[in-house]
Design a binder for this molecule. Structure first.
Ligand SMILES: [Zn+2]
Ligand SMILES: [Zn+2]
Ligand SMILES: [Zn+2]
Ligand SMILES: [Zn+2]
Length: 351
């Protein structure tokens, strides 16, 4: 069997599990969670397998194609999948996404390992729907936004699964109704309540602060997403930046680029003072989370932020060899370099 055929079978298998999970939510929520998790893990493995089949085999054994095609192999777990996506394919899975996947995995492990009637009955359908919807929201985003080409042949099936899962939003109404008093309190405290992109309820708690990174959090489905409110450079109305390369203002529909946002968030006074002192160095660093080049800035509110992925960092570290800014601590950078250079050791070798 070719790698392509094996990849297709893996995707089909994963879609079967996800579809099964949808049919079980109502009457057998705990089975639904088990099947949903299996489907999720298989889809992530499929992404690895699209590169090469050996990537989904446990590092403890030597990849053996014969055994692999017979299904006689130890597969990698979620931590290893995320690591392989990062290290081998250079795909960083955002922390919010990874946390949502781990939450489903832990819940599934509790059900599988301590399985008995009482335990199963304690799991309320709305809790299962909540965890599945958030994990699916992120997984679906990765598949459709980051990897549209890889899963293109299954676009229709994936859309059906998306619709199928979202149908169960009604289950979350119980949580939404229970929180009426909480929403009133939050509004009185100055928060803004918006529609949640995952569960669609008006339950996403947002800050009204301007030019400041915060985590918007949904009181119904627990979705958590980084955001910055800025004043649109074209129409001056409040625009919520969620970390895309380019986005359109929802009021005036005009395009807003990363550079526009940077311009708003940078402390121009400080840059001016530095320039007066003869320091014209580039204040931007590269991002270790999304590999963005010069996307990290120090804002006027002293937040060190990547404009592309909205990760925040404690500090910018400079490479001792090339002087580039980095968001992770560099050990021995004079000799070993950074993500931009190979340091002095390489230079001497060429000598
Ligand atoms: Zn929500
Ligand atoms: Zn605008
Ligand atoms: Zn980034
Ligand atoms: Zn360097």
């Amino acid at each position: 069997m070719s790698n392509k055929m094996m990849f297709s079978s893996l995707v089909e298998n994963s879609l079967n599990f996800l579809n099964k999970a949808i049919t079980e939510i109502k009457d057998q929520p705990f089975f639904s969670l088990i099947h949903f998790y299996t489907g999720l893990e298989l889809l992530l493995k499929a992404r690895l397998m699209n590169e090469h089949w050996s990537l989904i085999i446990s590092r403890k054994s030597v990849p053996d194609l014969q055994k692999f095609t017979n299904g006689d192999f130890q597969s990698i777990n979620l931590d290893e999948i995320l690591e392989a996506l990062d290290k081998t394919l250079g795909i960083k899975v955002a922390k919010t996404h990874a946390d949502a996947f781990h939450l489903v995995r832990k819940h599934r492990n509790r059900i599988v390992h301590f399985f008995h009637g009482a335990q199963a009955q304690k799991t309320k359908p709305e809790q299962i729907v909540q965890e599945q919807l958030v994990a699916w929201h992120f997984l679906h985003q990765m598949i459709t936004v980051q990897w549209p080409q890889v899963f293109k042949p299954w676009a229709k099936e994936l859309l059906d699964i998306d619709k199928g899962l979202r149908k169960y939003h009604t289950y979350l109404r119980i949580i939404f109704d229970q929180k009426a008093a909480t929403f009133r309190q939050l509004k009185a405290q100055g928060f803004k309540i918006e529609s949640c992109p995952s569960c669609n309820f008006k339950s996403l708690v947002c800050s009204k602060n301007m030019d400041f990174l915060y985590q918007a959090k949904c009181e119904v489905c627990n979705l958590s997403a980084p955001r910055i409110n800025i004043s649109c450079p074209h129409c001056a109305k409040i625009f919520t930046y969620e970390g895309d390369a380019t986005t359109n203002c929802k009021h005036c529909k005009r395009r807003i680029f990363i550079k526009d946002i940077e311009n708003i968030l940078l402390d121009h006074g400080e840059l001016h003072i530095r320039a007066m002192e003869g320091d014209f160095s580039d204040p931007e660093a590269s991002c270790v989370e999304c590999d963005g080049f010069h996307t990290v800035i120090n804002t006027k509110h002293n937040q060190i932020l990547c404009m592309a992925c909205l990760s925040d960092f404690p500090e910018i570290y400079l490479c001792e060899w090339c002087g580039e800014g980095n968001t992770k601590i560099l050990e021995n950078s004079y000799y070993e370099g950074c993500s931009h250079c190979n340091g002095a050791s390489d230079w001497r070798r060429e000598d």
